[in-house]
Design a protein around this ligand. Structure first.
Ligand SMILES: [Fe+2]
Length: 266
């Protein structure tokens, strides 16, 4: 069982840890702040989904801790490599798990809870959840992946829509914002297949990859949030307005409606 006081202790550690990453350069600091805010919003999102799934207080705490630590590796990653691109640096989930271990952060928890948290963090940024993950670990891994995606859509749609926004290489994973896109990526998204990061060469490819995440969502609440916030429409609005992209948009919106309707009715 995770107590309220254990959860508070972990929250305090998190805030103290983040405070150790301070940059004089405002661009660097902005990226650190962005991740800090992202983590807190993922925590809000995971709790919203957890409550809609009628989880008990222990389970909601577990989910909240996973969210709190899922991107803890981002701070060290950025301070060492000045990028959020795992390809150009190292896997931030593994880096985070290593940090948690080095600081013995999760040692106050029971082994089973610790292991669920570690598995969910390890799975959160994988193309697909590891095939060996089953049962409760799979349930929480899905929960964290849904919440993470929901908040990434918030960040990127705000960014893409802001005409005043300075180019943020960290958000664009250093990809160029040109008019091209890879039609193979579009075909893969159409088939509901997940995209490999290494196949992207432009920002439009990244937008398509982010659209394709909708097929990875597991919980009805997550699908409802995407629909309510118009994340799909907003991502398509910043892609070339032409076929086959417009066709894909229609298919994705139909998919969302049918999944939501199906879950609610069945
Ligand atoms: Fe992450």
């Amino acid at each position: 069982m995770i107590t309220k006081s254990q959860e508070n202790q972990l929250i305090r550690w998190f805030h103290q840890y983040v405070k150790t990453f301070r940059f004089k350069d405002i661009h660097f600091q902005r990226n650190i702040d962005l991740k800090y805010e992202h983590i807190l919003k993922v925590r809000d999102a995971i709790m919203e989904i957890a409550l809609s799934e009628k989880l008990g207080s222990h389970q909601v705490r577990l989910a909240s801790i996973m969210a709190l630590f899922h991107d803890i590796g981002r701070f060290k990653q950025y301070s060492i490599y000045r990028t959020f691109s795992d390809r150009k640096s190292e896997n931030h989930a593994c880096l985070g798990l290593q940090e948690l271990k080095n600081h013995e952060v999760l040692n106050i928890l029971e082994f089973g809870d610790r292991s669920l948290i570690e598995t969910a963090i390890g799975n959160h940024n994988r193309k697909e959840i590891c095939a060996q993950t089953t049962g409760e670990a799979l349930f929480y891994s899905r929960l964290l992946r849904d919440a993470d995606k929901i908040d990434i859509w918030r960040i990127v749609t705000d960014y893409y829509e802001d005409p005043e926004a300075e180019t943020n290489e960290a958000l664009q994973l250093d990809l160029p914002d040109t008019a091209e896109y890879n039609s193979e990526i579009l075909r893969q998204v159409e088939k509901g297949k997940s995209i490999r990061m290494e196949d992207m060469t432009t920002l439009n490819d990244f937008k398509l990859l982010q659209i394709g995440w909708v097929f990875d969502l597991s919980y009805t609440k997550s699908l409802e949030i995407v629909k309510q916030k118009h994340y799909m429409e907003r991502l398509f609005a910043v892609l070339p307005d032409e076929d086959p992209i417009s066709q894909l948009q229609q298919n994705i919106l139909d998919y969302l409606d049918s999944k939501i309707g199906h879950c609610r009715n069945g």
